[in-house]
Design a protein around this ligand. Structure first.
Ligand SMILES: [Zn+2]
Ligand SMILES: [Zn+2]
Length: 254
């Protein structure tokens, strides 16, 4: 599988991760950070399956724009998957005719902007050759990470999380685990803020990955832009041979 991180910046040379989202083989996406800014409408229309982690703005803020970009009466609309609490926030706080139009009201029964799917943790969804399993993370609102598996490889993505209970069992039980995209939001000096907002620091990151084999790529994501340089220095200082900082230019192949 080929993965791209969609992390938009008005200045394309900027390494900063203002918002994060993931595109898998052009037709599956996780979160909407950069989805609605993907270069062409055709590329956005190719995304037929969108999985959301949680209701925070940097993850769902692009959803109304994405749906607006690709809507065309008579054409099929995307399947969108999220946990119940995330759906509730989207439908009451976002698509509520104030922040953005209530899309279901606009289209009525005969058309649709999206097909709604409610996820339960640990219940996998099969999308073609991909099995996608939601994993409960530790964050201030109900949040899901995802294990994405094909016959050849598996990847874990877990951003917007503090260390979470199931990390170790996933790492030891998932076959062909090739990479972990893992939260590294705040520098060690802001441990208090990481604790209150339920995110990772490099120190917590290191403790989490202690038992991860060296051949699993560790990709640090969700670095808060204001602390980017400090975070990169602290993450590199961990001296983990398999650690890399998430990069929008990289095509991750597994
Ligand atoms: Zn976030
Ligand atoms: Zn969040």
């Amino acid at each position: 599988m080929k993965i791209r991180l969609l992390m938009p910046a008005a200045d394309p040379a900027s390494p900063l991760q203002f918002t994060v989202s993931m595109l898998i083989d052009d037709h599956i996406a996780i979160d909407t950070g950069g989805l609605s800014y993907l270069g062409s409408i055709d590329a956005q229309k190719q995304v037929e399956h969108l999985f959301l982690t949680h209701s925070h703005l940097d993850h769902v803020g692009g959803l109304p724009l994405f749906l607006d970009n690709i809507f065309q009466p008579g054409l099929d609309c995307p399947d969108i998957y999220a946990g119940e609490a995330t759906w509730q926030a989207i439908e009451t706080d976002l698509l509520n005719d104030r922040i953005w139009p209530d899309l279901n009201r606009l289209t009525g029964d005969e058309l649709a902007f999206y097909h709604k799917h409610i996820l339960d943790a640990h219940r996998p969804v099969q999308v073609g050759e991909y099995q996608i399993t939601p994993i409960p993370l530790e964050h201030v609102v109900p949040t899901l990470g995802y294990v994405i598996q094909t016959a050849q490889s598996s990847v874990l993505m877990a951003w917007d999380t503090a260390p979470f209970v199931e990390f170790e069992s996933i790492v030891t039980s998932i076959p062909n685990l090739k990479a972990i995209f893992l939260d590294a939001s705040f520098p060690d000096e802001l441990q208090w803020l990481a604790e209150r907002s339920m995110h990772n620091t490099p120190g917590r990151f290191k403790r989490m990955v202690e038992k991860v084999p060296d051949d699993v790529r560790l990709i640090a994501t969700h670095l808060k832009p204001a602390y980017y340089d400090q975070l990169v220095e602290q993450l590199n200082g961990l001296e983990l041979p398999n650690l890399e900082i998430a990069c929008r230019e990289t095509i991750y192949e597994f």
